[in-house]
Design a protein around this ligand. Structure first.
Ligand SMILES: Nc1ncnc2c1ncn2[C@@H]1O[C@H](COP(=O)(O)OP(=O)(O)OP(=O)(O)O)[C@@H](O)[C@H]1O
Ligand SMILES: [Mg+2]
Length: 273
């Protein structure tokens, strides 16, 4: 029903736009983006698995006296299947969904140890050091997503070091991680002695698809930024002062704000679309 305060009006022209296609296209784009992010996250642990299997093969193949064929067959299977999972993930990713964060009480040190474990396996040549308070640092957040964010940042640090070594500089790789509570917030700071941030894209590195690596998707830091936004935190990238390398800081609030109004609003929008 269309009404008007002004009685002098003789009539109305009412136009309707059919936005079904527009909404559909927006939804498809959002899904595709989410699917690519998930594919990226599933693939992160695949590399350490594959490298571990290959290392077992290289190191111990000569020492196995009982059924060396079985040893080779099994390790070959792991390598081959992991490769297949990677390709499969790429293919079905368009049907996947990115999880919404589930906030719980978490221990910041524990999450760091989980992420570090993966990267230690993937980068045996790099020395990892940590500095964290003795007493546990508890906060409210989605532990799984934060581990993912840390994994992406540590993986980049390892790749920065590999890039420097590939240039012929053979100084050993080091990654230092500090965990610092500061007022109502705490931060993970990851410092590496790698090649350093690329000067040409310095301000765009957290945008999707910005990459300088031949095999990179450029989604790693975009995912980190999204996870930080979901937690009311932020990410900063900087050069290491007076040397090579990069320093990435993830800052989180200890407690999550309750955004009731905003959530209701978001739900209404979600129901409509
Ligand atoms: N620690 C670092 N040292 C040097 N450069 C970095 C570091 N972290 C990020 N970068 C730069 O930021 C770019 C974007 O990083 P991002 O993680 O988003 O994508 P990627 O690592 O290239 O690809 P993917 O994460 O999909 O493997 C990298 O290509 C690299 O140039
Ligand atoms: Mg990356």
């Amino acid at each position: 029903q269309v009404t008007s305060e002004r009685s002098s009006t003789d009539g109305f022209v009412v136009t309707f736009d059919d936005i079904t296609d527009l909404v559909g296209a927006q939804r498809t784009a959002a899904w595709a983006d989410v699917a690519r992010r998930i594919a990226h996250e599933i693939k992160n642990p695949l590399t350490p698995i594959q490298l571990s299997a290959e290392r077992l093969q290289r190191k111990y193949a000569g020492e196995i006296v009982t059924d060396p064929e079985v040893f080779k067959q099994c390790t070959d299977t792991i390598v081959r299947q992991v490769g297949d999972i990677g390709r499969m993930v790429d293919e079905f990713s368009s049907f996947a969904r990115m999880p919404t964060p589930v906030m719980r009480r978490e221990n910041a040190q524990e999450l760091l140890q989980q992420a570090l474990f993966l990267q230690r396996v993937a980068n045996p040549g790099i020395t990892f050091s940590t500095a964290a308070p003795k007493e546990p640092v508890h906060f409210e957040g989605d532990g799984r997503l934060i581990s993912q964010a840390l994994t992406n940042v540590l993986k980049n640090a390892g790749e920065g070091i590999a890039a420097r070594i590939a240039k012929g500089d053979d100084e050993p790789g080091k990654i230092a991680i500090t965990l610092e509570p500061k007022g109502a917030k705490f931060a993970y700071r990851v410092t590496d002695n790698g090649i350093g941030l690329p000067p040409e894209h310095k301000h765009r590195l957290t945008e999707p698809y910005v990459t300088t690596r031949a095999k990179g998707t450029g989604l790693g830091l975009a995912i980190v930024r999204k996870i930080m936004e979901d937690h009311g935190g932020d990410i900063t990238l900087a050069d290491v002062e007076g040397g090579e390398g990069a320093e990435v800081t993830l800052t989180f609030p200890f407690a999550q704000k309750t955004l009731k109004g905003t959530e209701d609003e978001q739900k209404r929008i979600a129901d409509r679309v």
